[in-house]
Design a protein around this ligand. Structure first.
Ligand code: HEC
Ligand code: HEC
Ligand code: HEC
Ligand code: HEC
Ligand code: HEC
Length: 294
């Protein structure tokens, strides 16, 4: 009888717990290794170099503003203003406390333990850029982790599979199989992170990126036909760099401006001649969504 009891405990408590923790990274380095893409460079050199320069490759640091805002979210938000968060010190931080940001800035955090959340929080607070740049939105995040959206239909992404535009072999790599992702060419591939609006599923909703909402509810109803991939990857041939306003060509494409001068005269007031113009200005947004965002 006692043996049966131990067997039951082993089977239903200990083994599942072991499997649960075994799959999760316990350090930032382990998480980085789980999503290591250094091997991709050998065969996809051009794409790798484009991606390396992109904001996705520094999704925790950004231009510096991102890391700074994360730091304030932890020190001023979680540890101070959010009195019900349960966080007083870094050691109280759990993955759930960072998910409302990392859902999009580092979705692989779901495969990490609370220790990793604490190590990341420490790196944000100490402005440890080198550590923050070890993990990011890389090839495997888009071509595996986030390559399937409708999981009741298409299942979870398989380990060791690269998702792209077709099925086949992917020889010479530890990702031996290539499968067609149902969404890679669809806007929802980007929309998963480039948000619809407030993320109400979290205890403390966050609102960061809202472009996908604007794309769906403004651009499409006004007759827009292009995808995120068309404008950000294909048009200027910038591929995986996926640029925005920091890129001169993107900036030029963003808006059209027309100015019409109706009258121009000198207004004489208190003996001074003050030049005065009445003008009409048209600004047209050519992006596929509201700008700016974030
Ligand atoms: C040994 C060379 C090699 C390495 C290393 C390699 N790939 Fe590939 N990959 C290929 C080749 C060749 C194809 C094209 C296969 C075809 O077109 O039939 C391919 C196809 C792909 C595709 C699908 C392209 C499509 O048509 O949609 C993706 C995505 C991809 N690789 C990502 C990766 C990632 C991510 C890594 C690193 C983990 C990687 N590859 C490492 C050679 C390689
Ligand atoms: C729904 C996904 C999502 C969530 C949740 C999210 N972000 Fe973002 N964030 C993005 C995307 C995508 C961008 C960049 C594109 C843009 O600005 O639309 C961005 C941009 C930013 C920027 C601006 C960077 C710059 O230089 O302009 C900061 C700062 C930032 N995020 C911090 C945070 C913090 C802190 C949290 C949590 C409180 C958070 N984000 C939650 C997706 C998200
Ligand atoms: C932010 C998401 C994202 C990241 C990060 C990303 N990709 Fe892609 N990749 C895409 C999308 C979307 C497409 C399909 C574009 C299309 O055809 O509309 C694509 C297409 C491809 C293709 C096939 C088409 C082509 O351009 O040759 C390959 C190969 C590929 N990616 C490899 C990589 C590698 C290698 C990395 C890392 C260095 C990487 N990707 C990082 C989203 C991503
Ligand atoms: C896993 C989440 C995720 C996915 C998927 C994703 N992005 Fe992003 N993207 C981000 C985050 C987070 C940032 C902001 C990083 C920062 O500045 O802190 C960003 C930044 C950008 C930027 C701003 C670049 C700049 O230079 O300012 C563009 C453009 C962009 N993404 C386009 C795309 C497109 C197009 C796709 C789909 C092919 C895509 N993204 C898919 C999360 C994602
Ligand atoms: C019709 C072309 C077009 C389409 C479609 C489009 N974009 Fe853009 N996008 C632009 C242009 C042009 C800019 C540059 C203006 C700017 O950054 O302010 C831009 C800017 C951005 C930025 C930077 C926002 C900021 O704060 O300035 C992000 C992020 C972005 N796009 C993501 C996306 C995503 C995700 C999609 C799909 C849901 C998408 N775009 C669809 C043309 C497009």
């Amino acid at each position: 009888m006692r043996l049966v009891k131990y067997m039951v405990i082993l089977l239903f408590v200990v083994f599942p717990l072991m499997a649960y923790t075994a799959e999760k990274a316990k350090t930032i380095d382990e998480l980085a290794k789980m999503y290591d893409v250094s091997s991709c460079k050998a065969c996809h050199a051009k794409i790798y170099e484009e991606w390396e320069k992109s904001m996705h490759a520094r999704s925790l640091f950004g231009t510096g503003r991102t890391a700074g805002t994360f730091k304030r979210t932890i020190t001023e938000g979680l540890m101070n203003i959010f009195t019900q968060s349960g966080v007083k010190e870094i050691k109280n931080i759990k993955v759930d406390h960072l998910s409302w940001c990392l859902k999009c800035h580092l979705p692989q955090i779901k495969n990490a333990t609370d220790e990793v959340a604490q190590q990341l929080a420490k790196a944000f607070v100490e402005e440890d850029v080198e550590t923050l740049e070890k993990v990011n939105i890389n090839c495997l995040v888009c071509h595996n982790l986030k390559a399937i959206v409708h999981k009741w239909q298409d299942g979870e992404p398989d380990k060791g599979v690269i998702y792209g535009s077709k099925n086949g072999a992917h020889p010479g790599t530890s990702y031996k199989t290539m499968k067609k992702s149902p969404i890679m060419k669809e806007v929802v591939a980007c929309g998963q992170c480039h948000g619809l609006g407030p993320n109400l599923e979290f205890p403390q909703p966050s609102q960061c990126a809202t472009l996908y909402g604007s794309y769906l509810h403004a651009y499409i109803p006004l007759g827009g036909t292009e995808t995120c991939q068309d404008c950000h990857m294909k048009k200027d041939g910038k591929g995986h760099l996926m640029p925005a306003y920091r890129d001169m060509e993107m900036r030029k494409r963003a808006v059209d401006m027309r100015v019409e001068t109706l009258t121009y005269k000198f207004l004489v007031a208190r003996g001074d001649a003050i030049p005065m113009a009445v003008v009409r200005v048209w600004i047209t947004n050519n992006a596929g969504h509201r700008i700016p965002d974030g």
